[in-house]
Design a protein around this ligand. Sequence first.
Ligand code: SAM
Ligand code: SF4
Ligand code: SF4
Length: 343
Amino acid sequence: MLTDTLNRPLRDLRISVTDRCNFRCTYCMPEEIFGDKYRFLPKPQILTFEEITRSARIMVGLGVNKLRITGGEPLLRHDLHLLIEQLAQIDGVDDIAMTTNAYWLPKYASDLKLAGLHRVTISLDSLDNDAFRQMNGGKADVSQVLDGIRAAEKAGLIPIKINAVVQKGVNDHTLVDMARFCKDNGYILRFIEYMDVGTRNGWRLDHVVSAKEIMERIGAVFPIEPIDPNYFGEVAERYRYVDGSGEVGVIASVTQPFCGTCTRLRLSPEGQLYTCLFATKGVSLRDPMRAGATDDQLRDLIADIWRKRDDRYSEIRGANTLIGVDDIPVGDAKRIEMYYIGG
Ligand code: SAM
Ligand code: SF4
Ligand code: SF4
């Protein structure tokens, strides 16, 4: 089995299919930076569906069994269902999921399901329309995301997971409402601690509401108890509602990092491989691919990257935070951006 320097196997591939998005979430693509003049990647630089599928097939040969399509906003990539169709034909893939803001799901959900997509994770930070609009840059209303959720459900893209990033003083007054809504509708809610990913969102530790506090607030209203992870490397800490009405979780990448079980490799829209969400450097798969590399050569390249992998950014940042060291490299000019690599 292929493992990295910390004995972590390669299991998940996250494929970012575009750097574009129709939202301008303040923590991801703030409008001040990603305005009209911002230049996104030109099409020739972006991997074709055939190139993505070829890369994925090789990685499945190295141990990957789960694929997640992300972005930017993946539904902005034209004919995305054709990519899903190709990925669904790879032997050895157990799970194909997509993370989306749901805006275009009413239009595309059934085509995606027919093409072989298994399920979706939908980002919805609050049910309070003002708070939600404040967080998405004023680009959509809660009702539009709810339409997307219903379309996904109707198409059978289940179980539906909902991601909610929590920012202190912005949407943390709406946590219990989110929990109630997801519990009542059978959606699996994952709160996400606001992360210092990228360089442009002005992250500060005091903007974070800790996983502990989030779950205490939920537990005060709906009794919950912890449950085991579904599989090695699951990032969410899971809890079940004691009344049997489902589960809720929290992704505590800031206060309780999970680098020790991180089995994820990330492929950017233009074919760079990144071994960590906080990486400053990727390795191009596209260039050797377009220069005529064989599958064996690409496989050796990827295996070599994974064998040398030693990333544990969040653990190091966590340790520094705890002992009050102030050299956390927030704002590292070269660090990749969330909108580009997809979370
Ligand atoms: N556009 C899609 C969406 O929003 O679902 C997919 C890409 S988005 C970058 C993937 C996930 O990353 C979303 O759930 C988003 O909320 C989360 N995210 C983005 N920036 C974040 C940050 N600074 N901290 C925590 N989560 C973040
Ligand atoms: Fe777009 Fe998703 Fe980033 Fe929001 S979090 S700006 S929806 S890519
Ligand atoms: Fe994985 Fe990097 Fe996140 Fe740690 S910081 S969990 S290694 S992506």
